[in-house]
Structure formats: structure tokens, C-alpha cells
Design a protein around this ligand. Structure first.
Ligand SMILES: [Zn+2]
Ligand SMILES: [Zn+2]
Length: 110
């Protein structure tokens, strides 16, 4: 007689009491009922949208309009419009790893 067996309330499968919690973390039926904000990763945030609009939707260095990202010039400052610049992925990669002040110079120099 298995008294500890319980049914998953989402998918109806049977588990022992200790196994149920671990199962429900991964239960497909349970996950469908949760709202998952991560499910729209390509949607730019409000902040990013504003920075892109300010920069005319193009890379601040090469004026490309493809594969744009919003780049924090100085990571210590965070999400402020004066600190953010729209870059294409190529320019973003070129600038990442450089000292913030060097980046600022490079972005300004055209
Ligand atoms: Zn389940
Ligand atoms: Zn660029």
C-alpha cells in the first residue's frame, strides 16, 4: 500500500510526496499556466526604444540600421539616456571590453 502517492494537480501523473515538488518545477502542464515574461525576449524595453528613436534608429558609429543594440557607455552609470548609445552588433563588439572613457571617445570620433 502506497500512502504517500499523490497526483500532480496539473498533469495528473502520480508521484510520491517527495518527488512531486521536484516534478512540478518541470511539469509542462504547470508551466503553461504561469505567465512567463521571458517569452518575448526580442521585444526592446521602453528605455531601449527611446534611445533608438533619439539616435534615429541607426548605429551611432557607422549609421547601420541592421542588428541594433542599445549600449551602456559606462556600465557603472546604468540605464540613463545620456549614457546609452545605439550601436550595431559589429560596433558593439568592437567597443566591448574597452575602457568606458575610451569607448566614449571612439563613439564620438567619426
Ligand atoms: Zn505534472
Ligand atoms: Zn555600427
Amino acid at each position: 500500500m502506497i500512502e504517500d502517492e499523490v497526483e500532480c494537480e496539473y498533469c495528473g501523473d502520480s508521484f510520491d510526496k517527495r518527488g512531486l515538488g521536484a516534478h512540478q518545477v518541470h511539469c509542462d502542464d504547470a508551466q503553461e499556466e504561469e505567465t512567463q515574461p521571458d517569452s518575448i525576449p526580442s521585444e526592446p524595453s521602453d528605455f531601449e526604444a527611446k534611445v533608438r528613436t533619439r539616435d534615429d534608429g541607426q548605429c551611432a558609429r557607422c549609421e547601420s540600421t541592421q542588428g541594433l543594440v542599445v549600449h551602456d557607455v559606462d556600465p557603472d552609470v546604468g540605464q540613463e539616456r545620456a549614457n546609452a548609445v545605439t550601436l550595431c552588433v559589429a560596433c558593439d563588439e568592437e567597443l566591448s571590453g574597452l575602457h568606458p572613457r575610451t569607448k566614449r571617445t571612439k563613439i564620438g570620433a567619426q
